[in-house]
Unconditional design. Structure first.
Ligand code: ADE
Length: 383
């Protein structure tokens, strides 16, 4: 993680987080450990708990324990740990799904924070619905984050999770992506790259049009239900595949969710449809027997498949996310008290710095605008 490494080296020199209490509710992985170490190098006191207990790497949690307070291990109920972390009186929070800040908000304590950051689309939806008492930087929406995390990262790791769980050959299959946001685009492109025929289902006309112009088939989910061999939900919403879809699906169809919560596939409806019972046929693959000769295969109990069945994002992706997180936290420590409560974009300067450091790590050089070009741009700005 070269970008984060260079930030960590600067943090160690400059100590921008000296004495700041940072609480992070993230996936407890080796990549997150590097972020924690960057904060500790910058002088912070760090507490960490899992945003999703199934992704916790216990060896990482153990290894970090001397450097930060790490609450919980794989499979634990996350709620008591989130509440315990909230009780440590953090000054800055980091969330992957908004659980920690939601607890502080519900306790009326968010106003004591310099601010928080949010890593996911789902978390931002939750936070924007609240009357927040502190500023939050939308790391999820930083340009560098979107490109690497949503597009390349989740695109690749979702396919990786599906393939690890099933060992399916994707070439020649019909692969249905429900939701064409940044993540859906990444998944659709990777599936096409693997030789699948890709169908996109999307409720937003602009996104649906874009999918069509990119060369994907676009249609309502009920029609796609009849065609798909593999279905991936990535909408951030709930019950996007339900009773009517299951009724039309082919025998052997594979169902996976790449959205943050396990609510995108209606699991209650799937259980209700399984007149012939449910059987684990492979680790992470449950076969739902519909009692009419058809079986539907649900991966990872409908939980976020890239983390539950794969290893999550590659380090090169988390390098960009966590570089944004590190610089966003530094920004909150320096300027959080000047920011109004509510969700704010990550400052452009942070985004540009992350992109610059990444290019530097790749050994890529770029041009700078000349004096004349700068004056030209400014001239237009004054008109
Ligand atoms: N989210 C997705 N992949 C991750 C990873 N490897 N570490 C932390 N958070 C993640």
């Amino acid at each position: 993680m070269p970008v984060l490494r260079s930030i960590r080296a600067r943090f160690a020199r400059e100590q921008p987080l000296a004495g700041v209490r940072v609480a992070a509710c993230l996936h407890v992985t080796a990549e997150t450990a590097n972020l924690v170490r960057a904060f500790v190098a910058g002088g912070a006191e760090v507490g960490l708990c899992a945003a999703n207990p199934i992704s916790t790497q216990d060896d990482v949690a153990d290894a970090l324990s001397g450097e930060a307070e790490v609450l919980g291990r794989r499979g634990d109920d996350p709620v008591p740990h989130v509440i315990a972390l909230a009780a440590t009186e953090p000054q800055v929070t980091l969330d992957d799904g908004a659980d920690l800040l939601s607890v502080l908000h519900a306790q009326g304590r968010a106003g004591t924070l310099l601010g928080g950051t949010e890593e996911t689309t789902t978390g931002l939806v939750r936070l924007r619905a609240l009357e927040l008492a502190c500023p939050v930087l939308a790391v999820n929406e930083a340009r560098t984050e979107r490109l690497f995390n949503d597009h390349y990262g989740t695109g690749q790791s979702t396919l990786d999770g599906i393939l690890r769980a099933t060992n399916l050959l994707l070439a020649g299959r019909t692969f249905v992506v429900v939701g064409y946001g940044w993540t859906g685009r990444g998944i659709a492109n990777r599936a096409r790259g693997a030789g699948a025929q890709v169908i996109v289902c999307e409720i937003d006309p602009m996104r649906a049009l874009e999918a069509r112009m990119e060369g994907f088939e676009v249609m309502p989910a009920l029609l796609a239900a009849e065609r798909g061999d593999v279905f991936v939900t990535v909408t951030g919403s709930r019950d996007v595949l339900g009773t009517e879809h299951f009724a039309r699906m082919k025998d052997g169809a594979v169902l996976a969710n790449a959205g943050h919560f396990d609510i995108e596939i209606d699991l209650g409806a799937l259980r209700a449809a399984a007149a012939g019972g449910v059987r684990e046929v492979l680790p992470l693959v449950d076969s739902y027997d519909l009692g009419d000769g058809r079986r539907l295969n649900l991966l990872a109990s409908g939980r976020v498949v890239n983390l539950a069945a794969g290893q999550g994002h590659p380090a090169a992706v988390m390098d960009m996310s966590f570089a944004n997180q590190a610089l966003a936290v530094e920004h909150l420590v320096r300027h959080g008290s000047e920011l109004a409560p509510g969700v704010h974009p990550v400052p452009d300067a942070v985004d540009s710095e992350v992109a610059r450091l990444k290019l530097e790590s790749l050994g890529v050089e770029i041009d700078e605008a000349t004096e004349g070009q700068l004056r030209y741009g400014e001239g237009w700005g004054r008109r």
